[in-house]
Design a binder for this molecule. Structure first.
Ligand code: GLA
Length: 722
């Protein structure tokens, strides 16, 4: 190839059905993403496109405009957050100037290879598509060709963020407050978020969304990058002095590479939309459904759960659990999940959260005949059985810790602060992994269990092995390997990823799990918001949502049953409460909502979600639209007293504009005379109203006023005429 001397860029494009990404390399330097957006015509002149984007050179700057390559290099004059930070064995910085050796299509991927012979490094990047989705998977790797290298940072291939965006979206939060969507002004400087906790943490779901100026839920352009690695991540959104804007993601832990070894950045997931944030969400949901989550039996509808945690906590009594199972089945539950508290060792059981983690044997004090009698009872009621485990953890007060103190992550001479009185096992130790596999395999083989709630309830603080080597990345991989091993041995078992609620959610863990426990908050008021924000990345069928106790255990809030049930049925529904507290009217309501969930879940879980703009700050709304657009349900939550004297119409989304829909208020019997004066409101009529999809989307429909913490469920069905 003689492009090295021509001065013309070497370009390559990657297309999905609706998107195009263009890479261009000038004068053999690492390529830049010069375009990422709506699909370009097949005849687009990529060289002209790339050259048109070359920046002018200001006075008193370097003599060539600094580029934002897929791995911005300090050695090429880039002064922002570099894509790679590496050092030789003597600690000298490796100031790379990679030279492109190939940029080519390999199947559905664009693959870049570049070498810096002087530094002894080879860099590769991969932008991979799938024929049936719009998400591009991006990953870089680095090989130490000659000598040992320390890599402090290796980013996923860098993508530019739109220059006209005024801000970007990230997710912050804490326990019981996951997925707090925040808008951060996109201004000069670097915004860096990371987790070195051994899990994602409640405070940062690893993703940035950059809505271009004017982007709303339904209109405009946006780009999203999600980093798919549990346990350790860093994400950077930066605007440099030149006005270059970049998004980086990677593993926030240094690594040593021996000669010949290769390090991966791990995988990022890149989505682009020209249909607002909802367009991003659709691309991401399609990708999760087709290439991330793999259900053992995709045809099986998401069963209604009953989880006993907030009913009994550690107080396991067989008769009580059987009674709860009876009640749960009568209301409509299809899977009974036995939570924490069932295990222990001889003479010691899990009666509170201070002991027994690691002793994964059924506690004979609580279950003298094993789990069989409970499981038989559950199955006789027509439900399947699930079990809570927390394999990575150990209580110092356990038979396991006493027998194998060296299995605990605890560097010499250091104290790992306990959290919830527990410590973490070193899963990179094969003996530990074998023990855990043996225990899980034995339980899954002996008992009829079709579901594990796989929990992870603490952060790592001193994340090094006994030799002092960093463990975060290796522990994360070892967790994946253990889950994979369990799944290979028991392919019919579904797994939920839980970490004190939603502290471990990413697409890599979701490649081997089937549900996330979004939050330990069963408070429907909080949950409505969390589900709304998390929905951008997570389709509803994988987001666990439980109808909690009347008085919420994590907030003290008292919420009415219709609201609790409405919020849960919009995701993967379950109940988690002492069902003996239910008054007859609450029980009847829960039954009705559960039946309604079952009637609609199949199409909802295969359909499109649309976040709506309710034009009213006190409301949060979204809708599920069937794939064929023949049905929809809109969930309109009112979370506070509506400030104005009336609420504006809600404009729907995602409908067939030319079709007509009969629209009714499914829960019109909840209209409360104290919040809403009765008048002839067509939607409250049993026959509802019939309008075109276009009218429903452009003009919308008004709903009754409602008290705070209530939800309207608007049901629509395509009709043949008015
Ligand atoms: C974590 C989970 C809860 C529950 C408890 C059990 O906090 O998030 O749902 O399973 O552990 O100890």
């Amino acid at each position: 190839m003689n492009f090295l001397s021509t001065g013309m860029p070497v370009c390559a494009r990657l297309d999905t059905t609706r998107r195009t990404l263009v890479l261009a390399s000038f004068a053999d330097r690492l390529p830049c993403v010069v375009y990422c957006g709506s699909r370009l015509g097949d005849d687009e002149d990529l060289a002209a496109l790339s050259r048109a984007a070359v920046r002018p050179i200001a006075n008193s700057t370097l003599d060539r405009a600094v580029e934002l390559s897929i791995c911005p290099e300090e050695g090429r004059g880039f002064q922002g957050h570099p894509g790679l930070r590496a050092f030789d064995a003597a600690g000298r910085p490796l100031m790379t100037q990679f030279r492109l050796s190939s940029l080519e299509r390999q199947g559905d991927a664009l693959v870049v290879e570049a070498v810096d012979a002087q530094c002894g490094l080879t860099y590769r990047a991969r932008f991979a598509t799938h024929p049936d989705t719009e998400v591009i998977e991006v990953e870089a790797d680095l090989t130490a060709d000659r000598e040992a290298v320390r890599v402090d940072w290796l980013s996923t291939p860098v993508v530019p963020a739109p220059a006209s965006a005024t801000d970007f979206i990230e997710f912050a939060g804490r326990w019981t407050q996951e997925f707090g969507l925040r808008r951060v002004p996109f201004t000069r400087g670097a915004h860096l978020r990371e987790s070195r906790r051994g899990r994602m943490g409640h405070d940062h779901f690893p993703a940035f969304v950059v809505p271009d100026a004017g982007c709303t839920d339904t209109l405009g352009e946006a780009i999203a990058l999600h980093f798919g690695f549990s346990g350790v991540h860093r994400m950077v959104a930066e605007e440099t002095a030149e006005g270059l804007r970049q998004l980086q993601a990677g593993v926030a832990e240094p690594a040593m590479l021996e000669p010949g070894e290769t390090l991966s950045s791990e995988c990022g997931f890149l989505a682009f939309s020209d249909e607002g944030l909802n367009g991003l969400m659709h691309a991401l949901h399609d990708h999760v459904r087709r290439h991330v989550v793999r259900f053992p039996d995709p045809a099986r509808p998401r069963p209604v759960h009953y989880n006993c945690w907030e009913a009994v906590y550690f107080d396991h009594d067989l008769d009580t659990l059987k009674e709860l199972a009876d009640r749960a089945a009568a209301i409509g539950a299809e899977r009974f999940v036995l939570d924490d508290g069932w295990f222990g060792s001889a003479g010691q059981g899990r009666d509170d959260d201070t002991t027994s983690l690691g002793d994964w044997y059924v506690d004979p004090r609580k279950y003298p005949d094993g789990l069989g009698p409970l499981i038989d009872h559950v199955e006789t009621l027509g439900m399947r059985f699930g079990l809570w485990v927390e394999p990575e953890m150990v209580s110092p007060d356990s038979a396991l810790a006493r027998a194998h103190p060296d299995w605990i992550i605890q560097p010499e001479g250091r104290v790992q602060l306990p959290r919830r009185s527990q410590q973490v096992l070193d899963l990179t130790n094969a003996d530990v992994a074998d023990y855990l596999f043996e225990r899980l395999d034995a339980l899954l083989s002996q008992y009829s269990i079709d579901y594990l709630k796989w929990d992870m309830n603490r952060d790592l603080t001193l994340a090094v092995d006994r030799e002092g080597n960093g463990l975060l990345r290796r522990q994360g991989k070892a967790v994946h390997a253990l889950i994979d091993r369990v799944r290979a041995a028991h392919p019919g078992v579904e797994i939920e990823s839980c970490a004190s609620g939603g502290a471990r959610i990413d697409y890599e863990i979701l490649k081997r799990t089937h549900r996330v426990w979004l939050s330990d908050s069963n408070d429907a008021h909080e949950r409505a918001r969390m589900q709304h924000e998390a929905m951008l990345f997570l389709p509803p069928e994988i987001v666990g949502s439980h109808v909690g106790p009347r008085r919420c255990h994590t907030s003290g809030r008292v919420l009415a049953m219709p609201f609790r049930a409405g919020v849960a049925m919009a995701a993967h529904m379950g109940f988690e409460m002492d069902l003996r507290e239910l008054e007859p009217d609450e029980e009847a309501t829960l039954k009705r909502y559960t039946r309604f969930y079952k009637e609609n879940r199949t199409w909802m879980h295969a359909g499109r979600q649309h976040r709506l703009e309710p034009a009213c700050a006190e409301r949060l709304a979204h809708m599920s639209v069937a794939a064929d657009r023949a049905h929809f349900l809109a969930f309109v939550a009112t979370l506070a007293t509506i400030r104005d004297e009336s609420a504006p119409p809600i404009r729907l989304s995602g409908l067939d504009p030319d079709a007509h829909y009969r629209v009714t208020l499914w829960n019109r019997d909840e209209i409360n005379a104290s919040s809403h004066r009765r008048f002839a409101m067509p939607i409250a009529d049993p026959d509802g109203l019939v309008l075109s999809g276009r009218a429903l989307m452009k003009s919308g429909v008004t709903l009754p006023m409602g008290f705070p913490d209530t939800m309207w469920i608007v049901q629509g069905t395509r009709t043949e005429g008015r």
